[in-house]
Design a protein around this ligand. Structure first.
Ligand SMILES: [Zn+2]
Length: 256
């Protein structure tokens, strides 16, 4: 549905030199809301399964109480929960409102940033966002980072940890996308540029950060600096106990 909506909206677009109309902005906003809600639905899976070491794709979505596989209509972001009245279709156990809330927050973030960048032209990135037709790759990368930070924050709030896969994945995607979209011939010293030119401050900053990272990895491998929150340290054991109690309590209350 989202893909066909995007196709229709792109097919209806005027040529790049013509300005976008209000109708086009509305189509983009509806598209970003649906896309954001779907991403939020995936973030719910990430936030629950990643810290528990479970696969993100298997098994398919199921009720944590009765284990019944969910129908496609139960999986519709935000509206699936509303249609079900916040209860499992099969065992009538309550489903936590955190799922539609996370889906709505993700959708609102994508729409909000579109409005701020492309309609209000506000914020530190606004000089580089003029037309969604040209600037969607950089906007998409920023939204990818926002979603990664949201998932990390939600896991952090629940477990006091951030799985390393999240910052690793974000860093790799960021470097790959910038390598593709940053054109050295057209760069205007943008904060998203990877080129080390006299006009770009991001290149030297990234270089400095990279050197610092390499030094800290070498010091860690030589055993000169310890791992933060190494497993088995007293503080972590207390948190882990509390965390397991909280999981058991939430399971008993049917909130999971
Ligand atoms: Zn159920």
């Amino acid at each position: 549905m989202i893909a066909s909506l995007l196709y229709c909206s792109l097919a209806a677009l005027p040529a790049a030199q013509n300005p976008l109309t209000t109708a086009h902005h509305v189509i983009f906003i509806v598209f970003l809301f649906l896309l954001g809600a779907s991403i939020g639905s995936f973030l719910n899976v990430v936030v629950w399964r990643l810290p528990r070491g479970e696969s993100l794709s298997h098994p398919p979505s199921h009720c944590p109480n009765c284990n019944h596989k969910l129908a496609w209509k139960d999986n519709i972001p935000i509206f699936g929960w509303i249609f079900l009245g916040g209860k499992c279709r099969y065992c009538r156990n309550p489903i936590s409102p955190r799922y539609p809330i996370v889906e709505f927050i993700t959708a609102a973030l994508l729409v909000g940033y579109y409005v701020i960048f492309f309609l209000l032209h506000k914020g530190p990135c606004s000089p580089w966002f003029t037309d969604f037709r040209n600037d969607w790759p950089a906007f998409g990368l920023l939204m990818f980072m926002i979603c990664g930070l949201l998932a990390a924050s939600l896991i952090d709030a629940e477990t006091f940890t951030i799985p390393l896969q999240i910052p690793w994945f974000m860093a790799v995607v960021g470097i790959i996308v910038h390598t593709i979209i940053d054109d050295p011939r057209t760069l205007r010293g943008t904060p998203n540029s990877l080129n080390v030119s006299p006009n770009s401050i991001a290149g030297p900053l990234a270089l400095g950060g990279g050197i610092g990272l390499i030094i800290s990895i070498v010091l860690f491998l030589l055993g000169i600096i310890p791992q933060s929150f190494a497993e088995g340290e007293p503080a972590l054991e207390v948190d882990e106990d509390e965390y397991q109690k909280e999981v058991a309590r939430a399971k008993a209350a049917g909130e999971t």
